[in-house]
Design a protein around this ligand. Structure first.
Ligand code: SAM
Length: 292
């Protein structure tokens, strides 16, 4: 797959002063072709493999002291399944509002014989099934941009703070809002020839729906516990990560991650290394893929 230069996008994102306005998406992904496209294009060895592996590694590093973890907006559970396989001693509950996504997730979990994951219906903005300080870890990947209004992100943060145990583990990752619509087009169309059009369109809409990095910073400061920090990719503010401090990964997990990176096809390995580099520039140290 050819690599397209990132330079014009970097330049636009640095030199444009204002961010484009937010265009919210419908919250739940339950159109059948949308679910199928996301599940299919998002399979673990597909076009999202670099992003999945980066998040699985960083999430494992955050969760390594946990026993039970909640995944907010698990979708078809592809990302969750990889995290669960890397962390067999942790049990995971995936929550989603879309029954079709949960059904696709259950099939995937069962086909891959993963026994430390269960999936249930739930709204991440109202976690009433979970009592105060009852959960020792919470994760969420690529979901928060789907909340139609900022006040729902605020509700989600309030719920996280309510149910998380003191010093509990947290890892939330989502897109950050880009400054230029051309940048959204650039990223969503990088793999357009290799993915269903509905996936490309969803991806582009997601980038337009992302919240601002400074909104995450403000809500984290106002609502989340004090051990949580916010990191953004630099110089393109494409990803925002809100997380608790890293823990020590076992040598076995590090070796696994190292091997998984080595086994990626070269273009996905390059993409993973780009994400590692941009997040490192954004302040995320303790790279879990570094040779030890
Ligand atoms: C883009 S998918 C991401 C899925 C998965 N976390 C991943 O990384 O592959 C976003 C998911 O969030 C779910 N979602 C959106 N708003 C939600 C809400 N308020 N409560 C629960 N799930 C929600 C959608 O139904 C969809 O399955």
């Amino acid at each position: 797959m050819p690599r397209i230069s990132l330079l014009p996008t970097v330049a636009r994102e640095i030199f444009l002063r204002e961010h484009q306005p937010r265009v919210p998406e419908p919250m739940v992904m339950d159109e059948p072709d949308q679910v199928a496209a996301f599940a299919e294009a998002g399979r673990i060895d597909g076009i999202m493999s670099a992003s999945y592996l980066f998040q699985s590694a960083r999430i494992s590093q955050t969760l390594s002291k946990c026993k039970h973890v909640l995944d907010l907006g698990c979708g078809p559970a592809t990302q969750l399944a990889q995290i669960a396989q890397l962390n067999p001693n942790i049990t995971f509950t995936g929550l989603d509002l879309s029954e079709d996504m949960l059904e696709s997730g259950r099939e995937y979990i069962s086909a891959n014989h993963i026994d430390n994951v269960r999936l249930q219906t739930g709204d991440i903005t109202n976690l009433e099934d979970f009592s105060d300080q009852s959960v020792d870890g919470i994760i969420s990947t690529m979901v928060l941009h789907q909340l139609p209004e900022l006040h729902l992100l605020e509700s989600t943060f309030n719920e996280i703070t309510r149910i998380l145990k003191p010093e509990g583990a947290l890892y939330l990752v989502d897109f950050g809002r880009l400054k230029s619509p051309k940048s959204c087009h650039f990223f969503s169309h990088l793999n357009a020839d290799h993915q269903p059009t509905v996936f490309t369109d969803d991806y582009q809409a997601s980038l337009h729906a992302a919240f601002l990095f400074k909104e995450y910073q403000q809500l984290t400061k106002d609502i989340l516990p004090s051990h949580i920090s916010v990191f953004g990719s630099f110089p393109i503010p494409m990803l925002t990560i809100v997380k608790s401090p890293d823990q020590q990964l076992s040598n076995q997990t590090r070796q696994q991650l190292f091997n998984m990176r080595q086994n990626l096809p070269q273009h996905y390995r390059k993409e993973l290394d780009d994400i590692r580099f941009f997040m490192w520039l954004g302040g995320m140290k303790n790279d879990p893929f570094k040779k030890f």
